[in-house]
Design a protein. Structure first.
Length: 117
């Protein structure tokens, strides 16, 4: 979920915080794009490994495969850390219930009981 999407539902949120959330979202989007490229390259390497019989070439390809897998894991960890750090900063100002409510509203659920007449 977009960080800016749920942050915008926090009560009395400052525009600077929303700008920061949007920056985090853009950064995460760039990381996710890079992960997609790496995953496509991984698929190609795996296919090449399945085809080739050259042991020396396979060793180089396996090393490249491991390096790409490590890079993907690092990007994923960075994405998680970005979200956790932002939420930790937000938690200094808003309660867990307010944050949960904002996330719920951002997901399209109001988080409030419907009032029927």
């Amino acid at each position: 979920m977009s960080v800016a999407a749920w942050a915008s539902y926090l009560p009395a949120v400052h525009p600077f915080l929303l700008d920061m959330a949007q920056t985090i979202d853009r950064t995460i989007a760039r990381f996710e794009c890079r992960i997609g490229v790496l995953q496509a390259e991984l698929a190609q390497i795996r296919a090449a490994l399945a085809e080739t019989g050259d042991h020396l070439g396979k060793r180089a390809e396996r090393a490249k495969l491991a390096a790409y897998e490590q890079e993907i894991a690092e990007y994923q960890a960075t994405i998680s850390e970005c979200r956790q750090h932002f939420e930790a900063q937000v938690a200094k100002r808003w309660t867990a219930a307010e944050i949960a409510h904002a996330k719920s509203r951002a997901e399209g659920r109001s988080g409030e009981a419907a009032v029927t007449a």
